[in-house]
Design a protein. Structure first.
Length: 154
């Protein structure tokens, strides 16, 4: 959801619009391949729920392939077309969905990863933003030995 991250990845976009994926919820059950116990975002069917985010209109339709390496597609995530509700009406857009082989329950996202989602505040309702702020997570730190340590915030 972070437009600065899109730019840092060299992905040009023309417009960013708030979008809602109805009857789905945001879950953190896509296991990180190099970080045991760490999760990345995914969407899961949940009647009556809603995932809020941002949809980017890219410079060209082919530019979606520039995102694939960052999302680990097609191995870690698949790219699927979903109907999204926006202020400009219903649109069909690509959504990255974690592949079943990558799913694991009981994981937590890292704080720095959540911060990228929180950077989308301009496209969230206040209630949704608060939910993200309160999401249990793991803070990555570096101890004096230079080894990575994990602090759990629940």
């Amino acid at each position: 959801m972070n437009p600065d991250r899109m730019r840092a990845r060299g992905i040009d976009f023309r417009e960013a619009v708030a979008a809602s994926l109805l009857d789905f919820k945001l879950v953190f059950n896509k296991q990180a391949t190099a970080k045991p116990g760490i999760a990345y975002a995914n969407v899961a069917y949940a009647r009556g729920e809603c995932v809020e985010g941002v949809v980017y209109r890219l410079a060209t339709a082919e530019d979606i392939t520039l995102m694939d390496p960052f999302e680990g597609s097609p191995v870690r995530y698949s790219r699927e077309v979903y109907s999204l509700h926006t202020s400009v009406g219903l649109i069909h857009a690509w959504v990255y969905v974690a592949n079943k082989a990558m799913l694991k329950e009981g994981l937590l996202p890292e704080r720095n990863y959540l911060n990228h989602l929180l950077a989308g505040k301009a496209w969230h309702s206040e209630a949704y933003h608060q939910r993200l702020l309160n999401e249990p997570c793991v803070d990555s730190t570096v101890d004096n030995s230079g080894k990575d340590g994990l602090i759990y915030n629940v």
